[in-house]
Design a protein around this ligand. Structure first.
Ligand SMILES: [Zn+2]
Length: 473
């Protein structure tokens, strides 16, 4: 499963790259900001096509907010970095050209504390802010979109899964990829130093960096080699550990209580694992024998699995424990709402969504969940009203536009339906599909003058954007 995503991305990149022109002037000392953004969009487009990606609103929003907090505390708080989660049990995270960071679900599950997880992410943010990847690519002789793309992805492939490095080397020159790995090894020290500073600035426990190495070592020893990918690109030499230990002395001891959402996110990821029966048995046993780092997280996972398996009474028992013993949390409310929907208490579910939105007006899970529930119960008008109220906040979110499109489709409004499908494709980095849909919006011919001119000017904008990167450079 994990190999499919990477090979898929790699092969699509070779195809994409072959259709792209040479970069005109590459004598400048850095890859331009707009080229980097373009490459980042291409990477995300390929990533979005893959089914190895975890597209869960709550998990994504948690990672985004953790990432944002670290970026704000980093050397470049204005940097725009996109995160995505790969469904992959191996412990890994990797930074890519264009400000993109991929995190394996295995990294979440292996992290015992939020500070451990944050230490890896701040390390990857440091690789981006210190321009380790673009600096490497600039050392290459042939600087064209083709070679930049292929190298960027070969590098991703090699860093993400060193066993696949040979595949990557077939597309890029073998020496360069090996060089990239050596080059980044040199930069590991810098990423450690900068990352630890960021970790501290963001209010996390800097000892998370050292604890994560211990976690990695244990995972490597006990779980049949779940760690090698990260270990190979981030070798734990005694030199490196000493270096980190030295740095930690500069920071005062900081006792930190994890945000409980971290443990619920881990719980949800556990519930989404492939081998549900095994996971369920392990969780039941752990709770019975009190073997856990965080009881709430384990019970949350179990409640989720029971719900997926339609074991409603057992699921509710776990929720009851969570409501009695833990502080209120949006993920708990969402779990309970999911339960209500599954047992057909839709009116009650809507009521709780509405109550929760008063307390968490920007919670995407609540907004989209309620909009979807309105749509499912033939109340498109209410759904569209709710989405409109939140349009400004999520104006670059494809899910928002997909829900709008569904609502307008229910109402038979073709122009608006296609316009929103076009926006969804655009924010999914699929410019070609965005153009096709926007064209359909114009041809639908059922809008007023204002709507028609809006879709026409948006189509022109899309076409112009496409030309920038396919014509002259
Ligand atoms: Zn690194």
């Amino acid at each position: 499963m994990k190999k499919t995503l990477l090979i898929f991305i790699f092969l699509s990149f070779i195809v994409t790259a072959n259709n792209l022109p040479e970069l005109g002037d590459y004598s400048s000392s850095k890859i331009s900001e707009s080229d980097e953004i373009f490459i980042g969009r291409q990477i995300l487009f390929q990533v979005n096509q893959s089914d190895s990606i975890i597209r869960d609103i709550e998990i994504s929003d948690y990672l985004d907010s953790l990432g944002k907090r670290l970026i704000n505390a980093s050397t470049d708080p204005a940097k725009k970095i996109e995160f995505f989660i790969v469904s992959d049990p191996s412990i890994n995270a990797f930074a890519m050209l264009g400000g993109v960071i991929g995190v394996h679900s295995g990294l979440f599950l292996a992290s015992n504390t939020e500070s451990e997880l944050a230490s890896v992410i701040s390390h990857e943010i440091a690789h981006i802010n210190q321009k380790h990847i673009s600096r490497f690519l600039l050392q290459q002789e042939r600087a064209s979109y083709q070679s930049t793309f292929i190298m960027a992805v070969a590098l991703l492939l090699a860093r993400s899964n060193p066993q696949l490095a040979s595949t990557a080397m077939a597309g890029a020159s073998a020496g360069s990829v090996q060089g990239a790995l050596d080059f980044t090894r040199e930069n590991e020290k810098e990423a450690d130093r900068v990352g630890i500073q960021t970790l501290n600035n963001a209010g996390f426990d800097v000892r998370g960096a050292r604890d994560f190495f211990t976690t990695l070592k244990q995972a490597n020893q006990f779980s049949g080699g779940a760690a090698p990918a990260f270990l190979q690109t981030h070798p734990i030499t005694s030199n490196r550990i000493n270096d980190i230990e030295d740095r930690l002395k500069d920071f005062p001891y900081k006792q930190r209580v994890d945000n409980q959402t971290f443990h619920y996110v881990k719980g949800k990821l556990k519930a989404l694992l492939d081998n549900k029966e095994d996971t369920k048995n392990i969780l039941e046993k752990n709770i019975k024998n009190k073997i856990y780092i965080n009881e709430g997280g384990e019970r949350f996972a179990l409640a989720y699995i029971y719900l997926i398996d339609n074991e409603f009474i057992k699921s509710y028992e776990q929720m009851q424990w969570l409501f009695d013993n833990e502080q209120s949390n949006p993920m708990l409310s969402q779990l309970y709402i999911n339960y209500l929907i599954k047992i057909n208490k839709v009116t009650e579910a809507k009521k709780i969504y509405e109550q929760n939105l008063n307390f968490f007006p920007s919670n995407r899970s609540f907004i989209y969940g309620l909009a979807d529930l309105y749509l499912e119960t033939q109340d498109s008008e209410k759904a569209i009203k709710l989405l409109k109220e939140n349009e400004q906040k999520f104006s670059q979110d494809p899910i928002l536009y997909k829900l709008f499109a569904k609502g307008y489709a229910n109402q038979g409004k073709k122009l608006l339906q296609y316009e929103n499908l076009a926006e969804a494709a655009y924010y999914n980095f699929n410019l070609q599909e965005a153009i096709i849909r926007m064209d359909l919006a114009i041809k639908a011919n059922d809008g007023d003058f204002y709507q028609k001119s809006r879709v026409e000017s948006r189509l022109k904008q899309f076409q112009k954007e496409q030309q920038i990167h396919t014509n002259d450079n």
